[in-house]
Design a protein around this ligand. Structure first.
Ligand code: ZN
Length: 338
């Protein structure tokens, strides 16, 4: 799979250096999901299901801390590229984080051209302050924050053909189609853009200090923006910050191959983790942002019928013996119906 065209050395996040080959063949398909640490579970459901109209496609627990929920939101099927996921960490001793360099600082969802007036009104109705943004790369957008301070944008895109999850009080023509992109903040653009290019993310446009990259043909769900600010303080993980962005890869075999290639270049990569709905590897790009590469399968219907997605607490098989204890300690929640 390795196509040796040229090599260059770049610093890794620990300040060392490794050599890698440009043009390596890595079949990244686009974004898979974005995961954040938020404060309150009910606030999160109220925003994501109640206001934004996303489908709760899985209610489970953090596989690394089973007393904390893990909510997955997305389209009808929980299609990779539509998925936003949260860990509501209220009352678990996690500090409030600081958004900064080395993080995903904004998560963007794609909505149809002409739907921003609807979204301004809907956000206002739910007492969420929204700000109109100047056109970026030709698209208008509205920005808002959640209760824990996470920053979001709804981008009006004329080119998103994905079918939205349909709920009663949102016209399908206005509903969220899925992730549009994420915005990373880094201090130094060179190493980050070179590393991303190796994964298939090619620079396609620039505006000011913002560089737009695209993979697999680009378009909504296949975009990452990098904003470059040498003065920006490093972000600190905690409530109100994005933990990582995951990219989609088709098969476990391709994932193993990519892991081997990264390891061969000196990148620190985790072992392959079983997340039940996909398998994952994690590593940091040179600017410090945590990347995950996740498989397309088996998907969210692996442990419950698609019509019932998200309605019951699902646990990985190794946590089932702890179910009673887990259920006793999780906060009560109500999934909003509107
Ligand atoms: Zn993830």
């Amino acid at each position: 799979m390795l196509m040796r065209t040229s090599t260059m050395a770049i610093a890794n996040h620990n300040g060392g250096s490794f050599r890698y080959d440009r043009g390596m063949m890595v079949p990244i398909l686009g974004l898979h999901h974005v995961t954040a640490t938020v404060d309150d579970a009910q606030d999160d459901l109220d925003l994501c299901v109640g206001t934004l109209g996303l489908r709760l496609v899985k209610t489970t627990v953090n596989f690394d801390n089973h007393h904390v929920y893990h909510f997955y939101y997305g389209d009808k099927h929980g299609t990779p590229g539509t998925i936003w996921t949260t860990f509501p960490y209220r009352d678990h001793g996690v500090r409030v984080g600081t958004r900064g360099a080395g993080q995903v600082v904004t998560t963007l969802f794609s909505v149809s051209h002409g739907s921003l007036a609807f979204w301004r009104a809907r956000l206002a109705h739910d007492s969420i302050a929204a700000t109109d943004l100047p056109d970026r790369f030709g698209d208008a957008a509205v920005a808002f924050s959640d209760a824990s301070g996470l920053e979001f944008e709804l981008v009006a895109s004329a080119q998103d053909e994905r079918l939205p999850w349909v709920v009663e009080d949102i016209d399908p023509s206005a509903a969220i189609r899925g992730l549009h992109s994420v915005t990373l903040a880094v201090r130094d653009e060179g190493p980050t853009l070179a590393f991303m290019a190796q994964l298939g993310w090619q620079e396609i446009a620039r505006e000011g200090n913002r560089v737009r990259t695209a993979v697999n043909g680009g378009g909504p769900g296949r975009l990452i923006d990098v904003i470059v600010d040498p003065q920006r303080p490093q972000g600190i993980n905690g409530l109100g910050t994005v933990h990582h962005v995951a990219m989609a890869i088709e098969t476990g075999e391709q994932q193993r191959e990519l892991r081997d290639q990264l390891l061969a270049q000196g990148v620190k990569v985790t072992d392959i983790r079983d997340r039940c709905y996909f398998t994952s590897i994690y590593f940091r790009e040179p600017g410090g942002v945590l990347f995950e590469v996740a498989t397309m399968k088996p998907g969210f219907a692996v442990d419950e019928n698609e019509s019932m997605l998200g309605t019951a607490l699902k646990l990985p098989p190794w946590e089932e013996p702890n179910r009673a204890d887990i259920e006793r300690h999780l906060p009560d929640i109500v999934v909003p119906r509107r």
